[in-house]
Ligand binder design. Sequence first.
Ligand code: GLN
Length: 540
Amino acid sequence: MKYIFIVGGVMSGVGKGVAAASIGRILKSRGFEVTALKIDPYVNIDAGTMNPTEHGEVFVLNDGTECDQDMGNYERFLDCELSKDNYMTTGSVYLSVINQERNLEYGGKCVEVVPHIPLEVIERIDKAILKNKAQIAVIEIGGTVGEYQNILFLEAVRMLKLKNPDSVSLVLVSYLPILNNDSEMKTKPTQYAVRALNSAGLQPDIILARSAIALDKKRKSKIAFNCNIREEDVISAPDVKNIYEVPVNFEKDNLSENILGKLKLKPKSRDLKKWRQLANLVNSTKKSVKIGIVGKYFGSGGFILTDSYISIIEAVKHAAYYFKVKPEIIWLDAEDYEKNPKNLKELSNCDGVIIPGGFGSRAVEGKIAAIKYLREKKISFLGICYGMQLAVVEFARSVAGLKGAHTTEVESDIHHPIIDILAEQKKHLENKNYGATMRLGSYPAAIKNGTIAYSAYRSPLVSERHRHRYEVNPDYIERLEKSGLIFSGFSPDKRLMEIIELPKNKHPFFVASQFHPEFKSHPFKPHPLFREFVRTSLKK
Ligand code: GLN
C-alpha cells in the first residue's frame, strides 16, 4: 500500500481538494488504481449537521454519507464512487475508539490519545485502500498545519512514515502571497508552515506552491534552501481559470513521475489526453450560456461564498462543455425577491434558472415567487430537492387552485400540506435525532415513458442520491396530475415522487427532482437532467 498525504500551509481555501484530486488523477493516468480519502479535523461526526456556509456544500455519497465537498472533487476527478470508508472526522474517529473501548476491544489496556487515535486513523485508511482495491491512496487532511486540531492526524502520518519510509509521501500545499501588484511574492509564510510540520516530526517531500502567478527561479531556490527540499520538488501551482487544467499543469512539471519515484513505483502508462482536450476546450470556447442560481447560502460575514453550491456549479459546467459552450453563472438572492418582487424581472436575463436545495423557512416565498415567474415566462427551470418541493407548492397554489398550499417544513398546521414529512422522519425530529437521519443516499426511481425525464435518461430505471426529510404528499397526487403536473419519476413502489415536469407544449423545460442530480455529474458524463436543461437554455 502506498500513501500520499496532502496537508495545507498558510491558509485554507487555496485548492487543496482540487490538488489532491488532481494528484489522484495523474497517478491514475500512469496506470495505478487510486483511491482518495478526506480527513476533517472537526468534532462533528459528519458534515450533515452543518450549515453549508460553514464549510461549503454537504456532499452525499451513494451509501448516504454526508461529507465534505472535496469528496465530490475526488469522485469527479477520479471517475469513481466513494463510500463512508473514504471519509473521517475527529468526531468519528473518537466515537469508534470509545465504542471499541466500551466493548472491551482493547483487552484491558489503558486507551490513550497517542497511539490509539492515530492507529485508528491508519486502520481506517488501510480499510479504504482494501475496500477500493487501490494501490495508492491520496489522503487529504483538512485545515492547515500548525492548527491544534489536526496534530493527531499528522501524528498518524509520522507513525506510518516511520514504519514504511518508502511508502509514504507528504505533499504540502502552501500559499505564496503577493501583497500588492508591484511587491514580490513572499515565501516566509511557507517557511513557517514547514517549521510547523517539522515540529510534528515531519518533513514535506513536495511543496505545491499555490500563488496568483507562477513561481520564478529565485522563489523556487529560496523555498528549496529554507525548507530543506530539492528544487525539483517545489512545484509551481499558479491560479488557473478552470480546475480541469490542474492535472495537466502538474504533469508539465512531471509530478506523477516525481511522486511515483519517491514511492518506488514505475509508471505503467500515460493517458491524460481527454483532460488536455477538456482544458483546451474550456479555454477556447467563446459562446456562453447564462444560468441563474436562486440561492440563500451565500453570506459569510461581509463576503459572498458560492461553495454551498459547488456540485451544482460543476454539473452546469459539465453540461455546458458537452455543448462546447462556457457557463456564465449568475447568483440570484431568493431573500431579495421577498423584499423587492420587482427584481424578479432579472430572471429574464438568464437562459435558464436553477432553484437548488435548502432547509427551513428563510427565503422560501422568494423561491416560490421565482418559480412562478419562470413557469409563467417559460424560462428553462431545473428544481432540485427543496426546489422541486416548492415548485409543487407553487403549482398547487397557482394552477391547481389549492389556496394556502405549503410544505409542513415551514408551517405545520396548514389546510393543504402538499409537501409533508414521512412518518419515520417525524419520529427522528421528535427525538431530536438530527444526525444522519434524513432520507440519504442512493434510491432507485422508475421513469415514465414519453416524458422529458425519459428522453433525458433513456432508461426506465435510474438510481439517484437523496438528502431530505419531506416528500410530495401522496393524498394530492391525483389532484395535481388532473391539473396538468406530470410525475415522471417515482419510487418503484409508486409511494414517493422523484421527478415532476410540465408537458413540452406548456413549457420548454420545467423539470425538478426530489434527488440531487448534481452529485452524480462527471466532467465527461454530464448528468442527463443538467444536459437537457442546458440544451433547452441554449435555445433561448
Ligand atoms: N428541506 C427539504 C427536506 O428536508 C429539502 C432538502 C434539500 O433540499 N436537500 O425535505
